[in-house]
Each structure stands twice: as structure tokens, then as C-alpha cells.
Write a protein that binds this ligand. Structure first.
Ligand SMILES: [Zn+2]
Length: 63
């Protein structure tokens, strides 16, 4: 079983919701710093873990 730690993979919950891409090389932060664009399928999404870090000090706009 090849299960070595890999710094090039994001957490499963932060993976692309469309194609499950987890490679950081394919997940590019957009300029606003809150959303990620998946280079594999062009989906733009907000990683769940990113919201947790913000807390209420950084109110995220509801879309
Ligand atoms: Zn994707």
C-alpha cells in the first residue's frame, strides 16, 4: 500500500467537488484568496477548511 505523506495533496474535504482533484499544483487560489480554481476541470469553489480558519472576524459574503 503506497500511503506515504504527500505535501502536494490537499485535505480530502478541500478537494475539487467535481473531479476530486487534490494535487495542489492543479488547485490555484484566485486573487480574492477565498476561492480555488481547479485546473483539471475549471471548477471554482471555496474549500471548507478555508472558511473555518476565517472565524467571525472575517465575515464571508454569502453567495
Ligand atoms: Zn476539478
Amino acid at each position: 500500500m503506497n500511503h506515504e505523506p504527500n505535501d502536494h495533496l490537499v485535505e480530502p474535504e478541500d478537494a475539487c467537488p467535481r473531479c476530486d482533484e487534490r494535487c495542489v499544483d492543479n488547485l490555484i487560489w484566485i486573487d480574492d484568496g477565498e476561492q480555488v480554481r481547479c485546473a483539471a476541470c475549471s471548477t471554482i469553489y471555496t474549500p471548507p477548511n478555508r472558511r473555518l480558519e476565517g472565524g467571525d472576524a472575517h465575515a464571508a459574503p454569502t453567495q
